[in-house]
Design a protein around this ligand. Structure first.
Ligand code: RTP
Ligand code: MG
Length: 148
């Protein structure tokens, strides 16, 4: 089953949006398989955003991600990678559609509340970067047959 890596960034935690953000993925119908509250090391932040290392905003991005605790999560479900990106919205919250997380709660491109893997291969890389196998819980809701 497809999985994605999501992280509520320090601004999302500090603005008290953890419950709201988690709720959206829960009520959509995706399955939580991993979650941890943590401060991010510089090494992990740099590795996570490795593709952006030549960009001018790289050091401020790493500084921001390491500035306060985050919630790292793995969610599972059919088409979850693309669907989560859609629910998160465009990178710049000012142009993100209303109804998306960034569109509803953000105003600043550097403070856009949540990260979501941008492709299935990226998700696989990010999940193994952030979580060990023992931290991921495979489970099936008893409600599932009834919901479907
Ligand atoms: P993310 O990786 O955090 O989920 O965000 P994203 O895919 O929507 O955007 P991406 O292009 O991967 O950029 C990573 C983060 O870098 C910051 N950024 N700043 N022009 C800028 O100042 C700029 N562009 C990107 C954003 O915080 C973005 O989330
Ligand atoms: Mg990205």
């Amino acid at each position: 089953m497809e999985r994605t890596f999501l992280a509520i960034k320090p601004d999302g935690v500090q603005r008290g949006l953890v419950g709201e953000i988690v709720r959206r993925f829960e009520t959509k119908g995706f399955t939580l398989v991993g979650m941890k509250f943590m401060k991010v090391s510089k090494e992990l932040a740099e590795s996570h955003y490795d593709v952006h290392k030549e960009r001018p905003f790289f050091s401020s991005l790493v500084n921001f991600i390491t500035s306060g605790p985050i919630i790292a999560m793995v969610w599972e479900g059919e088409g979850v990678v693309a669907a989560a990106r859609k629910m998160i919205g465009a990178t710049n919250p000012l142009t993100a559609e209303p109804g998306t997380i960034r569109g509803d709660f953000g105003v600043n491109i550097g403070r856009n509340l949540i990260h979501g893997s941008d492709a299935i291969e990226t998700a696989q890389r990010e999940i193994s970067l952030w979580f060990s196998d023992e931290e991921l819980v495979t489970w099936e809701s008893q409600m599932k047959p009834w919901l479907q």
